[in-house]
Design a protein around this ligand. Structure first.
Ligand SMILES: CC(C)(COP(=O)(O)OP(=O)(O)OC[C@H]1O[C@@H](n2cnc3c(N)ncnc32)[C@H](O)[C@@H]1OP(=O)(O)O)[C@@H](O)C(=O)NCCC(=O)NCCS
Length: 179
């Protein structure tokens, strides 16, 4: 159901396009995800082999409540973002697995992508909060999430390999329906 509602192309600006992740994107996404500057911010920061990355992708294709996107900037692959872990009872969903290729960081790409994705999630009508987690050392990402309205859930902060993992939440504004 989540896939039916969210997994499609999004034309965010003239330069930024979001497309559902397909198998031919995997070489790019894995290469960027495996660079030391990117994987150090992932909870599992080990280098992933292509075979296991492909197996993860095949498994992902069977999950109706997960959406993975490849981000294009000026028609070239630039990064990735994922939406997953829909929780019907909490009316929540998680955003993560996100990165922008090192050479394209700092151009405002992820700010626009996140803001667009958050807006679409809140518009489905049955999701009240968006969750994400981030290592405390990742000050650039935390500053980005804070500026978009995410707040820290301090009680869910925990230690992972010497770094704090900060849980954050964004509360969707209530939709006012006409009576
Ligand atoms: C975090 C990340 C996704 C941000 O993507 P991005 O496209 O570079 O981000 P943006 O250009 O949209 O910048 C967003 C904010 O990041 C911060 N930022 C950007 N460049 C920065 C820099 N050189 N130094 C410090 N903060 C910076 C700023 O708060 C900026 O907001 P601003 O618009 O007010 O300047 C990207 O840096 C990345 O891929 N990092 C490695 C992987 C990672 O950390 N993933 C997230 C795991 S939770």
């Amino acid at each position: 159901m989540i896939r039916d509602l969210l997994l499609r192309d999004y034309f965010i600006t003239d330069q930024i396009l979001l497309k559902p992740l397909v198998e031919k994107d995997l070489y790019f996404t894995l290469e960027v995800r495996n660079t030391p500057e990117v994987r150090k911010y992932f909870v599992d920061n080990s280098i992933i082999a292509f075979d296991s990355h492909r197996r993860w992708f095949i498994d992902y294709l069977t999950k109706n409540d997960e959406c993975m996107f490849c981000i294009f900037y000026n028609c070239v692959r630039a990064g990735q973002i994922g939406v997953y872990n829909y929780n019907k009872h909490q009316r929540s969903i998680e955003i993560g697995r996100l990165f922008i290729e090192c050479g394209l960081q700092g151009n405002g790409i992820m700010r626009k992508v996140l803001s667009h994705v958050m807006n679409h999630i809140c518009c489905v009508g049955f999701i009240d909060k968006i969750l994400l987690s981030c290592k405390m050392s990742n000050s650039r990402a935390i500053s980005l999430y804070n500026s978009l309205g995410f707040v820290t859930l301090t009680h869910r902060t925990k230690l992972i390999e010497g770094d704090l993992l900060v849980a954050m939440v964004y509360h969707c504004a209530p939709i006012i329906r006409k009576t």
